[in-house]
Ligand binder design. Structure first.
Ligand SMILES: NC(=O)c1ccc[n+]([C@@H]2O[C@H](COP(=O)([O-])OP(=O)(O)OC[C@H]3O[C@@H](n4cnc5c(N)ncnc54)[C@H](O)[C@@H]3O)[C@@H](O)[C@H]2O)c1
Length: 265
């Protein structure tokens, strides 16, 4: 896509964490930013941060779990700025519990917010991007969608694996038409995602992807997102050590599963 300067960028889940980091980074590099979140007070606070650094931003309340929400968001942004160039589908939630304890309704909630939000966003914005022959989607997945290292958050992992597949398939279709697609796969990032996680059944000890992965700063990750948009990069991880694990898993998938089981004992 080239420089983001002057572009209009929507970031969902931008009141906090990685979304906030991306919103601040986009604004600092000259984009006009829509800070979209369920938490409108938090979104307005991010807008004030951007404005105090001479950036341009507006806050819009959105519930990405609502079928009509992304269409309404598109209409509001077109009214405010007249165009949309970048959409970062980033809002996400997590849940915890052993596989036999997470209720079906909780599966529906997590898949709806994490995965169907991306589906809704593509449905709303892809026709616009196809019409203008340009645009860029950033979809936030996770290391949890690339490989399994825990068993107490399967709805989350499933939603993130599906986001990677949808993004890859969309890339095959959209890139030849001038539309960029980036899938952001973060490892651990210092955000509020762990605050007040719903939990089902007995307590579990949540395992991370591995001690070799340090906890990243969300603003740094935000700048890497902007770099990826500008370079038209498809796969953006917050730590490339993940690639070595994926290569060794591809060579010996059963060995990978057995080693993960051993690591949990
Ligand atoms: N933090 C990590 O270590 C990590 C790792 C991998 C992936 N991720 C992913 O990064 C994304 C951002 O998470 P974060 O870590 O910054 O968490 P966060 O909790 O700090 O921020 C998430 C934001 O999403 C908003 N949100 C939640 N539900 C929403 C809805 N229905 N509609 C609109 N907004 C909603 C929240 O209000 C919040 O502001 C998520 O998709 C998450 O799965 C995070």
């Amino acid at each position: 896509m080239g420089a983001v300067e002057g572009k209009v960028a929507i970031v969902t889940g931008a009141a906090s964490g990685i979304g906030r980091g991306a919103a601040l980074a986009l604004a600092s590099r000259g984009a006009r930013v829509v800070v979209a979140d369920l938490n409108i007070d938090g979104a307005q606070a991010v807008v004030r941060e951007i404005e105090s650094a001479q950036g341009i931003a507006i806050a819009i309340r959105v519930d990405v779990g609502d079928d009509q929400a992304l269409e309404d968001l598109k209409a509001e942004v077109l009214t405010a700025f007249g165009r949309v160039d970048i959409v970062m589908n980033n809002a996400g939630v997590i849940t915890r519990g052993l596989p036999e304890h997470i209720p079906i309704e909780e599966w529906h909630r997590v898949i709806n917010v994490n995965l169907f939000s991306v589906v809704r966003s593509h449905a709303a914005f892809l026709p616009l991007f196809l019409g203008q022959g340009s645009g860029h989607f950033v979809n936030t997945a996770s290391f949890a969608g690339l490989m399994s290292y825990s068993y107490d958050r399967l709805p989350y992992a499933a939603s993130k694996a599906a986001i990677i597949q949808i993004s890859e398939g969309l890339a095959l279709y959209a890139i030849p038409k001038g539309i960029g697609v980036t899938v952001l796969c973060p490892g651990p990032v210092a955000t509020n995602i762990g605050v007040g996680i719903p939990s089902f059944g007995p307590e579990t000890t949540t395992r991370g992807p591995g001690s070799q992965f340090g906890v990243r700063d969300p603003l740094e990750v935000g700048h890497e997102v902007v770099d990826a948009i500008e370079a038209n990069t498809f796969m953006l991880t917050t730590d490339d050590q993940i690639r070595e694990i994926l290569v060794s898993r591809a060579r010996d998938w059963d060995g990978y599963v057995h080693n993960q089981i051993l690591a949990m004992e």
